[in-house]
Design a protein around this ligand. Structure first.
Ligand code: ATP
Ligand code: MG
Ligand code: MG
Length: 288
């Protein structure tokens, strides 16, 4: 699903593009800013990030505003400085649900026929004999299975959507799983432009080194957050972290390295492992 809306910025009118989430979650703001439907978790994260070394890698945050009785978080529109940008949303991490969501899904175990049907529609061979006999599956099993469809479980990130400068959009990457498929999609995204790839790679390497030092990052479980890639014909290319709706502080003194594989209870999210893989894939796309 891709949403286009003609946002009016200070001195130009450009189509704002949203590659994920619900259409109603965003509103145009003034001065190259935008409003995202309020979420307390995101507010807390963005506020803390404004005082962290990660600040240059997240949209500037300006607090909570109200419009038509709805609260919003006000932040920079990252597309504002680009002309006809190409955009990619990459969801980071080796799982996209919080540990607490898994616990909740287990609370009252119920066989879900709807989830069974969704599973069969995608992969008729996925249900076990028992699940087939019951014509239903448990939600935690469904949540874990879903992560294995894309590259989330195997590479620690997945492409959510791509919008190219020529206007073509693709948000159908749910089964883009293998390294070669990801490389194909990334190559398409930059239209074979090696220079743009180089700038992205450099920005990701910078981001990685900052993440490794960030107090915020060490002390938060970062789930369902994305890297937003933006470039245009001028050769300008940048990457930011967005979407902190499922980024939660860890109970002190717990910290994460974001690379250790997740086992229940350790809260690891695989964010840096995914970034390592993404950097490695981009590197192999460049000529030696
Ligand atoms: P979901 O949780 O389903 O991913 P969401 O409602 O939390 O969705 P986001 O993921 O934060 O929304 O954003 C959805 C899309 O909106 C992004 O993929 C991107 O295209 C666009 N977007 C979000 N924040 C910004 C921003 N600050 N500047 C420009 N575009 C943005
Ligand atoms: Mg998102
Ligand atoms: Mg979100």
């Amino acid at each position: 699903m891709v949403h286009w809306s003609p946002f009016v910025s200070l001195n130009k009118r450009y189509p704002w593009v949203q590659l994920a989430g619900h259409a109603g979650n965003f509103q145009a703001g003034e001065y190259g800013r935008l409003l995202k439907r309020y979420c307390e978790c995101e507010q807390l994260c963005l506020s803390k990030l404004m005082g962290d070394i990660l600040r240059p890698y997240v949209p500037g945050y300006y607090g909570v505003v109200q419009r038509d009785e709805q609260d919003y978080n006000l932040m920079d529109d990252l597309l504002a400085d680009f002309d006809s940008p190409s955009i990619m949303d990459c969801k980071m991490g080796s799982r996209t649900y919080l540990a607490e969501e898994l616990l909740k899904a287990r609370e009252r175990p119920r066989l879900r026929r709807d989830m069974y049907e969704k599973m069969v529609a995608v992969d008729p061979g996925a249900p076990t004999d028992q699940e087939r006999a019951q014509q239903g599956i448990l939600k935690p099993r469904y949540m874990q299975w879903r992560e294995t469809l894309s590259s989330t479980a195997t590479l620690g990130f997945r492409i959510e959507g791509i919008k190219r400068a020529d206007g073509t959009c693709n948000t159908n990457f749910k089964k883009t799983k293998h390294r070669e498929q990801v490389m194909q999609a990334l190559g398409d995204f930059v239209d074979g432009n090696i220079q743009i790839l180089k700038v992205y790679l450099q920005r990701l390497e910078e981001l990685r080194s900052v993440l490794e030092k960030s107090q915020f990052f060490r002390t938060h479980e970062v789930v369902g957050s994305s890297l937003l890639f933006v470039h245009d014909a001028s050769g300008q290319a940048r990457v930011w972290m967005i979407d902190f709706g499922k980024t939660v502080p860890l109970p002190a003194p717990l910290t994460l390295d974001h690379r250790t594989p997740w086992i229940e209870g350790n809260c690891e999210d695989g964010y840096l492992w995914g970034l390592d893989n993404l950097i490695d894939i981009l590197s192999t796309m460049l000529p030696p």
